[in-house]
Write a protein that binds this ligand. Structure first.
Ligand code: ZN
Length: 192
């Protein structure tokens, strides 16, 4: 396993649509090694997720994990490590909330993004087994953020009011209390 460099906004690879991975390719040491590296890189950076584009690989692979003590997003409920290959998502309800997001590829910036609060996700796990599940609340938002990366979309593109953009310091000073209150309400309502 090895840490990979996380590319930042402006690198064209973040704007590419990643390609599907076949079950045969998924089983190769190259792709399994990429998945291991992505998990290690996400954990080292304190991220809640990481998509392959963010380490310069245009394959439809993403990882999500929120540990209870995540330093970047202390209000997020824990999510067990999930490896997502060739994902497809669809909303299952009309419920949409504004979520304050950041991104490892967009250093020192956060902003408010509308996210579906209930989605159905279909994907292959790292063993090539088809999975289908409904994800809700903040966790649904995290999945949408990572899957956007695989389509070359950044959270910046989805910020509907640029006046909500802030550095991490200014988020702490001016916006954190309000957002954490809203985040708690979402977690209470949706269970995640
Ligand atoms: Zn991101």
């Amino acid at each position: 396993m090895a840490l990979r460099e996380i590319v930042t906004v402006g690198d064209p690879v973040l704007r590419e649509r990643a390609r599907d991975v076949s079950v045969a390719e998924l089983a190769t040491p190259r792709v399994q090694g990429l998945i291991d590296d992505m998990i290690e890189t996400m954990r080292a950076a304190g991220g809640a997720g990481l998509a392959a584009n963010q380490v310069g690989e245009t394959v439809r692979v993403a990882v999500v994990e929120v540990r209870p003590d995540n330093p970047r997003y202390p209000y997020k409920p824990a999510v067990p490590l999930t490896v997502i290959v060739n994902p497809e998502i669809e909303p299952v309800e009309d419920d949409v909330e504004q979520i304050n997001e950041g991104c490892l590829s967009v250093p020192n910036l956060r902003g408010e993004v509308p996210r579906q609060m209930a989605i159905r996700v279909r994907y292959l796990d790292r063993d090539g087994v088809q999975q289908e599940e409904v994800r809700r609340g903040l966790t649904a938002g995290t999945f949408q953020h990572e899957l956007d990366h695989l389509d070359g979309v950044l959270f910046l593109d989805r910020v509907t009011d640029p006046a909500t953009l802030s550095t991490w310091d200014q988020f702490q000073r001016f916006h954190r209390a309000d957002f954490e209150k809203r985040a708690r309400e979402i977690v209470e309502r949706t269970g995640s």
